[in-house]
Design a protein around this ligand. Sequence first.
Ligand SMILES: Nc1ncnc2c1ncn2[C@@H]1O[C@H](COP(=O)(O)OP(=O)(O)OP(=O)(O)O)[C@@H](O)[C@H]1O
Ligand SMILES: [Mg+2]
Length: 463
Amino acid sequence: MDDECQERSQKDIKTEEKGNEEKKLLSDPDPKASSVNLLEKLREQFSGLFFGGTVSTNFFHIDHADKIDHKTERRQREESSDGDGEEKSEQLEGIRNFSMVPRDVYEYLQRFVIRQEEAKKVLSVTVCDHYNHVRHCLANPDAAIADYSKPNVLLLGPTGVGKTYLMRNLAKLLGVPFAKGDATKFSETGYIGNDVEDLVRDLLRATNGNAELAQYGIIFIDEVDKIASSEESGRDVSGRGVQINLLKLMEDADVSIVAPNDITAQMRAMVNFDSKTCKKKSISTRHILFIVSGAFDKLNDHVRRRTADSAIGFGCRGKNGKNCYLDQATTADFVLYGLEPEFIGRLPVRVACKHLEKNDLAQILQRSEGSILRQYVLDFSGYGIALSFDDDAIYAIAAIAEEEKTGARGLMTVLERLFRDFKFHLPSSAVRRLHVTKDVVANPEDHLKMLLSSGSSGAADFL
Ligand SMILES: Nc1ncnc2c1ncn2[C@@H]1O[C@H](COP(=O)(O)OP(=O)(O)OP(=O)(O)O)[C@@H](O)[C@H]1O
Ligand SMILES: [Mg+2]
């Protein structure tokens, strides 16, 4: 055989070996191996059809996720061979060891949230009850399948009074899985916006994939007034579909752990087909606690009109302006506002947050651990400038903020306006101390000029 012939036959052997290998891969009895191959094939095919954009990005994720999944799976196997995963028992331990009573939770919230006593009370009791229920279910599997009436909560109140802030702080304290969503992001079909069921899958993520724990979590849905569908609320009818999807979740639904329209997750589930972690394919929402929140601003006017009409001759009207009507809202008022009766019916615990007055706003600045003043003190200290306030100055700021009628958010607006020029000029001047008095709040520009000229930095020329 000449050299050329020998070279060709070696090439033939290699091609044949490669062909056999490919055949072997494609006919591999291991379903995971075939899933990987299928993934590869799909990727090849799709990359021909689509270019750039979401699809190729998705496939990049599949490829990447695939590698991660193999690692995770191996780790989970190793863990499960030693018994239960450590993470799972850690989370369970946290729930079992929860020893707080409602007053403890209330006092924790008190450190951050000023006023809203009723809301703090309701949330403290609800959360502690939920913990007790979860503990009971974990200890006694019969309880988990028994009937349970969920004390889902509706938190309402004017804008900027601490509804979201309450929940944000509560979430920090919670050991049970917690997921937060914004009602405005959901769409009826879940194809354009998010699907409401994604919330449950978020809970699963919060438990690192532990479906057993996820079914005892808490879901917070903010801006729920934006899915009301009526002329009264000024919204279109698309919110109705979202409400209907939500009410199924709030009662008792089984949510697939893999989103039906998420190709990446579907593929990943295929790869993990026989994985131990996937033995539970859905999560029941029967024990998940729902807390929803919204401003319902137009509802306040409606209740005010209704109570004014019905109070003719009895002289019973709300005494402190806008704030006092939301807590008198009845189920019929919510239905008129555009919430489905079945939806509002599944929110039996309702609590209204109060309008914040000047003194409350001053308290927020002085007392709350999340006070925005602390942020300003830090901002200035970053330039080596010591910032301090007179009590009078704080009350003056609070008074202007109250005029904004945006609750505690008004404080941010006022402070930003007050300190804008100080923040721009002082860092490049010799001034190292800024003490804010009532006069500074009233005339910030004059005070800045005075400071800069006395600091002899030349920066006063800018003004
Ligand atoms: N009662 C309060 N105590 C302390 N800080 C508060 C309080 N209310 C609001 N704040 C501050 O104002 C910010 C905005 O409040 P939050 O997001 O809770 O408003 P909201 O009631 O959810 O309003 P919206 O209905 O517009 O969403 C918070 O991040 C917090 O810093
Ligand atoms: Mg909010």
